[in-house]
Write a protein that binds this ligand. Structure first.
Ligand SMILES: Cc1cc2nc3c(=O)[nH]c(=O)nc-3n(C[C@H](O)[C@H](O)[C@H](O)COP(=O)(O)OP(=O)(O)OC[C@H]3O[C@@H](n4cnc5c(N)ncnc54)[C@H](O)[C@@H]3O)c2cc1C
Length: 458
């Protein structure tokens, strides 16, 4: 630690309450990285565990005075390296900002950034209400992280992503000012839509310290269809055909490798021989659910499904979704992971999943594909032996090839996980030099010293 660092840590301690500033390496170590395992996290000079907006403001003012980088951090479940510490930075943890108030009449929740997504859902449910965004990590990721990455999830195919539920935000800027954006009205076109600018900005433009989130009435219990295919391209075509005629509540795909990983991790009763498994739900209720499930069953059959089962038992349906949610956890066990998050238009899904299979073979790399198929958002999960440099090089090449394929198909390099460090080198390939430059100019207005999560995103 240099004397400059000691001064900064001392200054932080002088403006923040006891216990908020931590420099003990063992404690700090647990806050250095996220779940992007190929990213090398740096060593911060201090961890600030903020308990209030005032704490965040105080920390930002000290950071701004000394041009110290600040890495905002939610629960550290990110997959893009966005919360990965930079040498000499302050890691600003929001996990202790846990306000959670539900207003049932106004149908909104006021939430601190540290609140876990599942806790918002539970609190809303007590009032017969629902907060839809449901990343597979919903039991352990924070609302602040969800907002900063504009997280998606399983039900987003019908209900939209995080940004669709944001009524208002409180944000602390790089210079320590706190601003409020939005309000409680559903419609609001007063001024530029800066609220949406901060959603998905991955901690590079400001620190989200509070959000007002829109709630919906709980939907009826879902009916579920599971269909298996002996060809993943056929499963991809079935997804496009389903999306052409309806909006299922969930439409997920798992390939053979991901089903096998899950079944080895925990026995869930999925077919380990099938090339692809689709899990689809309808929550329209009553006769409409019956019709939607029947239509999906018919479409799956038309595309050569080898087996189709349906159930109106919500617990059974939830078990299939749980199997899908376990995919990442089980795939993490297979080796060093490199997790893709590409998205394609809904009429190009078959080309993507077929192309990924080809890339896996060409680069001799295990790629298990799972995804929010109905959104065209897939997670080809590359797994390799981290101790074998040749295997690592092949995986890197395969990773780049999947991104190139998605872009060739008019797709995106990231549908929901964010750019972070993992995708930063590829961003220009998608958005182009002009848009990248404008993005940098916007960042410079809000963060002229480039202290907020520098090196990430733009
Ligand atoms: C098993 C598994 C399954 C997953 N499934 C999904 C999925 O289905 N859908 C999906 O979208 N993601 C998924 N993810 C990725 C991850 O959970 C999400 O990106 C989540 O939104 C990150 O939340 P977090 O609290 O962990 O954020 P972190 O990882 O701590 O941070 C993520 C980014 O947000 C920034 N940030 C965090 N809090 C704030 C704040 N208050 N203000 C400003 N910036 C902030 C950080 O700097 C970083 O750039 C999954 C991850 C895992 C491990």
């Amino acid at each position: 630690m240099t004397s400059v660092d000691v001064d900064v840590v001392g200054e932080l301690r002088s403006v923040l309450a006891d216990g908020v500033v931590v420099s003990d390496r063992d404690v700090v170590d647990a806050y250095r990285g996220d779940r992007a395992e190929t990213v090398q996290a740096g060593w911060p000079i201090a961890l600030v565990r903020a308990t209030s907006t005032a704490d965040v403001q105080a920390a930002m003012r000290v950071a701004a005075a000394h041009r110290i980088p600040v890495v905002p951090r939610g629960a550290g479940s990110g997959l893009a390296g966005g919360a990965s510490a930079i040498d000499g930075c302050i890691v600003l943890s929001l996990e202790r900002m846990l306000r959670l108030d539900i207003d049932p009449a106004g149908m909104y929740a006021v939430v601190g950034p540290g609140v876990i997504n599942a806790d918002v859902k539970l609190a809303a449910r007590e009032h017969g209400l629902w907060y839809p965004p449901d990343p597979s990590s919903y039991t352990f990721c924070s609302i602040g992280g969800n907002l900063a990455t504009n997280a998606g999830g399983l039900c987003c195919v019908k209900y939209g992503v995080t940004t669709d539920y944001v009524l208002a935000l409180e944000v602390v800027l790089a210079d320590g000012r706190a601003i409020r954006l939005g309000g409680r009205t559903i419609k609001d076109v007063a001024g530029y839509d800066l609220k949406r600018l901060f959603v998905g900005s991955e901690g590079t433009l400001g620190v989200i310290t509070e959000a007002t989130l829109r709630l919906r009435p709980l939907p009826p219990a879902a009916c579920t269809m599971v269909a298996t295919f002996d060809d993943i391209v056929a499963a991809g075509r079935a997804v496009s055909s389903i999306m052409a005629v309806m909006r299922p509540a969930t439409l997920e795909l798992m390939d053979r490798a991901s089903v096998n990983a899950v079944e080895n991790y925990r026995r869930m009763g999925l077919d380990t021989e099938a090339a692809a498994t689709l899990i689809a739900q309808s929550d329209s209720g009553g006769a409409q659910s019956v019709e939607e499930i029947a239509a999906m069953e018919r479409i799956a059959g038309e595309h050569g499904a080898t087996f189709v089962a349906t159930t109106d038992d919500p617990d059974e349906g939830e078990m299939f979704l749980e199997a899908r949610r376990l995919a990442f956890a089980s795939l993490f066990d297979l080796g060093t992971p490199l997790i893709e998050d590409v998205g394609v238009p809904i009429d190009r899904i078959a080309e993507l999943v077929g192309g990924v299979e080809r890339i896996a073979a060409e680069h001799d790399t295990l790629i298990a594909t799972v995804g929010h198929a109905g959104d065209g958002n897939f997670h080809p999960f590359l797994s390799f032996d981290g101790n074998d440099p040749a295997a690592a090089r092949r995986a890197e090449a395969a990773f780049g090839a999947v991104i190139a394929l998605a872009l060739e198909l008019d797709g995106t390099i990231t549908g929901e996980h964010g750019v972070g460090l993992v995708k930063a080198p590829y961003l220009v390939d998608q958005i182009g030099a002009d848009v990248l430059e404008i993005s940098r100019q916007i960042k410079a207005v809000l963060d002229p010293q480039n202290i907020l999560n520098p090196g990430k995103f733009v």
